[in-house]
Design a protein around this ligand. Structure first.
Ligand SMILES: [Zn+2]
Length: 458
């Protein structure tokens, strides 16, 4: 009798935990890194892209010219992803490129890739920090972003098909682009017409009422959580940055193989975004710095009506996530604008230990996200030590929206003793970002050079 009661109790706790963990993640517009463009410019500065120029082509022309082969490749891509990506939901047949109801070539492609078909694709470069491109028309962030946010320092300049532009700048610009709304509204409870037909099911975590939270599952890779966490919340396994990184690498190689270098670089940059996101500890773990048992314990207390520790933990993770992004943005922007390329933080991004092509598809989960998760405890502790004004820190999300906020009202400044430990940890993480950025781009380019695409793999 006792055993039976214990069993029922365990079942009840299990289901309550599922409910608890499903809403646990992300209450804010977290972007992983801010400004992937400057990270990419530095990481790839001495790569083979440096100094290359490329002729801008329109997406429509690219699609028209290669329509038949593209349709075939996208079908093969679906099979490839089914084999390579755990929990990949097959493309519903009505979304296949050759058959879907997109109103334009671009919309047909977006539907077949299952990205937000309302994304307004532009031809532009995102300026490196401190650079003003006087001779070009400036675009504003809301011209592109599905949901614009206070994107500090960001400047965008229009380019046009037929122009020659820097290949490195195309990749670096594209590496920032998926955060502008590719992955917003793709679930069946997102309240969008396309979310209903995409086949991704209900939003696996985050609050579906907050539209930007719907992109989280595409930019966060909880691939290395403990069995206890997966048991409590199986839906955490439904996350898709790996799918995006592989999908766009295949498109990039396809474009290169078919002679369209602009789209080769732009698709490579889109894929690179997700690789870089996976190097961010707050995107590779539900609760960096907290053990699975602590997580489950505060969840249980919350269920018993003691909500303080639960709310505290959720707010703290959400604030630390944002603080890390804000400090990264400020530091890199400031050093880059001043041309301080000898600074150790910049050098960490230009770290050059990986010269060989060593990337494999398995690295996304087993190495990149794995290392980022492992760094979680260190980064959590370092952020804890760098907080100067706890009251402001507690309301960091409101602070972020202030037009000209000064992040050093919240944290200690870079020239202080308290900042040193944080900077060391940030350097370690950015070295990872740099290393894997290089190896991913090398992998795409070397595959393209030998004509290797998904249709040549078994
Ligand atoms: Zn992202």
């Amino acid at each position: 009798m006792k055993t039976k009661n214990n069993k029922s109790f365990a079942v009840i706790i299990f289901y309550l935990l599922v409910a608890f963990l499903v809403i646990f993640v992300l209450t804010s517009p977290a972007a992983a890194w801010e400004d992937h463009t400057s990270l990419t410019l530095l990481a790839l500065a001495d790569s083979e892209l440096s100094g290359l120029t490329v002729n801008v082509t329109s997406l429509e022309d690219f699609i028209y010219e290669h329509e038949t082969e593209l349709a075939l490749m996208l079908d093969q891509l679906d099979n490839y992803l089914l084999k390579k990506v755990e929990n990949y939901p097959a493309l519903p047949p009505e979304l296949r490129f050759a058959f879907n109801r997109g109103n334009s070539p671009a919309e047909k492609l977006f539907l077949a890739l299952r990205i937000n078909p309302e994304y307004r694709l532009q031809y532009y470069l995102k300026a490196p920090p401190g650079v003003v491109m006087d001779n070009r028309k400036e675009l504003i962030f809301s011209d592109m972003a599905i949901i614009p946010y206070n994107y500090r320092y960001a400047r965008f300049y229009q380019i046009a098909p037929g122009e020659q532009v820097s290949a490195l700048e195309v990749v670096a610009t594209a590496a920032d682009e998926p955060d502008y709304g590719f992955d917003i509204g793709l679930f069946e409870d997102s309240g969008t017409s396309f979310g209903n037909i995409y086949g991704f099911g209900a939003q696996p975590f985050g609050n579906p009422q907050i539209s930007y939270s719907s992109q989280a599952a595409f930019h966060m890779g909880f691939y290395n959580e403990s069995p206890l966490v997966y048991l409590a919340s199986p839906s955490l396994k439904r996350c898709y940055p790996e799918m995006r990184a592989l999908m766009f690498s295949a498109l990039s190689r396809f474009a290169f193989i078919h002679g369209d270098e602009y789209w080769g670089y732009r698709f490579a940059g889109w894929g690179l975004h997700y690789v870089q996101d996976l190097t961010m500890p707050y995107h590779a773990s539900v609760m960096p710095g907290s053990s699975a048992s602590k997580l489950v314990w505060v969840g249980l207390l919350d269920l018993l009506g003691i909500s303080g520790p639960y709310n505290q933990l959720v707010n703290d993770v959400s604030n630390k996530h944002l603080l890390l992004e804000m400090l990264q943005l400020e530091r890199i922007n400031s050093l880059y604008s001043k041309g301080d390329f000898e600074h150790s933080l910049v050098r960490a991004l230009q770290h050059n230990s990986v010269t060989e092509t060593s990337f494999t598809e398995e690295h996304l989960r087993d190495l990149i996200a794995f290392n980022a998760r492992k760094a979680g405890a260190d980064v959590d502790e370092a952020l804890e030590q760098v907080i100067r004004n706890r009251e402001l820190y507690e309301s960091l999300h409101e602070f972020y929206e202030i037009e000209n906020y000064d992040i050093y009202e919240v944290s200690y400044a870079p020239d202080t003793e308290q900042f040193v430990r944080f900077q060391n940890v940030l350097e370690t993480i950015l070295t990872e970002t740099s290393t894997h950025s290089k190896s991913y781009i090398n992998w795409i380019l070397s595959g393209a050079a030998t004509g290797e695409n998904i249709n040549t793999l078994e």
